[in-house]
Design a protein around this ligand. Structure first.
Ligand SMILES: [Zn+2]
Length: 440
């Protein structure tokens, strides 16, 4: 069946013939339903690639230590030769290369299964069952009287249109992989007639998310005895809350319902900070620390005061409150760390100078690992979670989602996420020594 062919191609197989183009700055190898590419950009560690055919769009962020990049992409809908364009961009959005080509034809002898031709073609799909899986979805449906349809799936990262042939009784079923779609992104699935593009079905789904499982805490490690609370900011659904700003303040504050959203990736801040938060949890556990999370899923509500109560009740030594920044000016970038200073709880933790010094230790450690030179540490009374914490509490804005480059790095690069994590672990280590919790 053609469906099986789709699956094979999606798994990046079928290394048959190849057409090598040496007259371009991008070296491209085209096989059936598959393209591999390599190129060099001197002095760059990251490159953003977009591959477009008549029916597929895929986006990929590549990392390289030395400016030599390579990657591959499935072209699941390229049965017939199609125009192919590969655009290579730096993180600032500037296009470095464009390569155009033709995809390789797939020879197939498949045809639709024999059907009962007396059935009138239906105007909608029936019994549509879509199950989101890690990195894709399963589908099954039924379109009486139609032995072929188009199935289109679209996220911010990729778009594919599949030409499907019915099994007997006009039923359709199979699996589609969407390897570039981020967990919790919106996926729009449409079923169309193959001849006239009439819409038979359309709905939106949330890409599947499996939270990173916790590793075992190391029996020994340089952070043994240190208790860290990680507070990934926001959550999937926000509620408005009004609370007292600090224990010794009369002033109240009301939650701002909004959160940052990636200007290129379209990702929501709440899921990006959760992903990085779970990576941070594992990195700290590996160093022997005890870790408390204020949340480990998207589908939970954690109130503003709860974000301080949780570390207070657990007797945490530090709180890292993870956020991504947002600014109308898209050129602004850098790491911003906020510490409390006039709340009565904060004043018991440390005086202003000490708090600023602690914030700067954390900032320097993160700048060291990420290479991000921009950023600053600020004392502020504006953050409830900081003000109500009875231990050093840092609101860490890891970068700007409104900045193209930082959005791609924070939201789409596990390599950069790990660098942020490494910096925070190093910061916690140095702060633990400073606070006398451990010996150097
Ligand atoms: Zn935030």
């Amino acid at each position: 069946m053609k469906r099986l062919l789709i699956l094979l191609a999606m798994m990046l197989s079928l290394m048959i013939s190849s057409a090598l183009c040496e007259d371009s700055d991008v070296e491209v190898q085209l096989d059936a339903q598959h393209v591999a590419f390599s190129f060099a950009i001197e002095g760059e560690q990251y490159a953003y690639v977009q591959v477009t055919t008549e029916n597929d769009v895929g986006k990929q962020l590549l990392y390289s230590e030395n400016g030599q990049f390579s990657g591959a992409m499935a072209l699941p809908n390229c049965f017939e030769p199609s125009q192919l364009t590969i655009d290579v961009m730096k993180l600032n959005g500037r296009r470095v290369y464009r390569h155009t080509d033709k995809t390789v034809e797939v020879i197939s002898t498949d045809a639709a299964a024999p059907q009962d031709e007396s059935v009138r073609p239906a105007a909608k799909a029936y019994d549509v069952n879509i199950t989101m899986t890690d990195g894709g979805f399963d589908y099954s449906f039924n379109v009486p009287g139609r032995d072929e349809v188009f199935l289109r799936c679209k996220s911010a990262q990729e778009t594919h249109t599949f030409h499907l042939y019915a099994d007997k009784d006009y039923t359709y079923s199979g699996h589609v992989q969407m390897p570039f779609t981020f967990p919790y992104d919106t996926v729009t699935i449409t079923i169309l007639t193959a001849n006239s593009n009439h819409q038979l079905f359309k709905d939106t789904y949330t890409a599947h998310y499996t939270p990173l499982p916790a590793v075992n805490q190391a029996a020994a490690g340089r952070l043994k005895g240190v208790v860290v609370c990680i507070d990934p900011g926001h959550q999937e659904q926000t509620k408005e809350e009004t609370v007292r700003l600090a224990p010794n303040f009369k002033k109240t504050t009301t939650t701002t319902v909004g959160m940052a959203k990636g200007m290129v990736t379209n990702r929501r801040e709440s899921i990006v900070v959760l992903e990085i938060g779970l990576m941070l949890r594992n990195a700290l556990l590996k160093e022997g620390a005890t870790v408390i999370m204020t949340r480990e899923t998207q589908d939970i509500f954690v109130g503003m005061l709860e974000r301080a109560d949780i570390p207070n009740n657990a007797g945490a030594d530090f709180v890292l409150r993870l956020h991504c920044n947002n600014r109308a000016d898209e050129t602004v970038q850098g790491i911003a760390i906020y510490c409390p200073y006039q709340s009565s709880y904060a004043m018991e933790v440390a005086d202003e100078d000490t708090y600023r010094e602690m914030g700067n230790i954390l900032l320097s450690a993160m700048q060291e690992t990420t290479g991000q030179t921009k950023g600053k540490c600020t004392l502020s009374n504006n953050y409830v979670g900081n003000n109500w914490s009875k231990m050093p509490s840092f609101l860490v804005e890891m970068g700007y989602m409104s900045n193209r480059k930082e959005d791609l790095l924070m939201s789409a690069s596990p390599v950069y996420q790990q660098k942020l994590v490494d910096g925070m672990v190093e910061g916690i280590y140095e702060l633990s020594i400073m606070r006398g919790l451990i010996q150097e």
